[in-house]
Design a binder for this molecule. Structure first.
Ligand SMILES: [Zn+2]
Ligand SMILES: [Zn+2]
Length: 83
């Protein structure tokens, strides 16, 4: 995985997280992020689709990116650049 983001995680600021997953303890400030987490991690919903061929779907956006990199490498450098 070459996906590196520069998020600096400060443990001191984590105490204000207010939404917690009761299945695994994942917590976040954002209710919609928790909903996404439950959907993708626990319910395994696959609603992230490849916008280029519609043949690929995953529960994880980064898996879709991986697919795009593999199946549509010409598109990565323009529309789907990240990192
Ligand atoms: Zn969870
Ligand atoms: Zn595709």
């Amino acid at each position: 995985m070459s996906n590196s983001n520069s998020l600096t995680t400060s443990t001191a600021s984590l105490r204000s997280l207010s939404h917690r997953c009761d299945k695994c303890g994942y917590s976040t400030l954002h209710k919609n992020k928790l909903n996404d987490h439950v959907k993708y991690v626990h319910d395994k919903v696959r609603d992230k689709r490849c916008p280029l061929c519609d043949a690929y779907a995953s529960s994880n956006t980064s898996h879709v990116y991986d697919h795009i990199k593999t199946a549509h490498p010409e598109s990565v450098s323009s529309a789907y650049r990240y990192g």
